[in-house]
Design a binder for this molecule. Sequence first.
Ligand code: DX5
Ligand code: ZN
Length: 217
Amino acid sequence: MEKAMISPSILAADFARLAEDVADVQARGIDYLHIDVMDGAFVPNISFGPDVMKSLNSTASVPYDVHLMIEDPDRYIEKFVTDNTEFITVHYEACSDLASTLDHIHSLGIKAGVSIKPGTEPEVLDDYLENIDLILVMSVEPGFGGQKFMENSLPKIKYYSDRKSEKGYKYLIEVDGGIGPANAHVVRDAGVELIVAGSAVFKASDRTEAIRAIKGE
Ligand code: DX5
Ligand code: ZN
């Protein structure tokens, strides 16, 4: 069985007890913390900003995997740089000059990710693959947790996995939305290396078991 790493989305945590919830899942074997930032413009929802993320700096023992669902994200990238930030991921659809946004992230010493929405074809990233450290395939329309997994993400994961094996690219392949213990094997089999899960982790009756099952352990 294929294995993957997990990045629980704190969007599904109890915001009134955020640090406790994060410490709890960290003790159960997670690899990253997925930070979902929504601006009310690129997506029809508002989540939280950099100060909420930074309130976790003293709690976080795994790196941040920041997912910026923000129009023109260059305006805010600096604000998400901390000692805990490993990846900052922007949306292909939200950038007018993706190459320069990738350079911007790299100039801050951070790994650069790019996400594509369910309606975006995987080939749009062909010219950038060498400069991307993480590709985030959305398996729901970005904006809300707790939605149903979309199967059209699977051929995209496979596409990036095949390009990676053919050309030796270094990027990590991540998927986000609607994934839990029951369907995680499908994305792992398609070649995903990092799985985002919000509700399936934070709302699980047995979080340890949910994390293990999603990772394929
Ligand atoms: C959607 C977010 C996802 C989402 C995942 O815009 O990017 O990270 O919160 O939540 P679940 O796992 O509940 O679908
Ligand atoms: Zn996300």
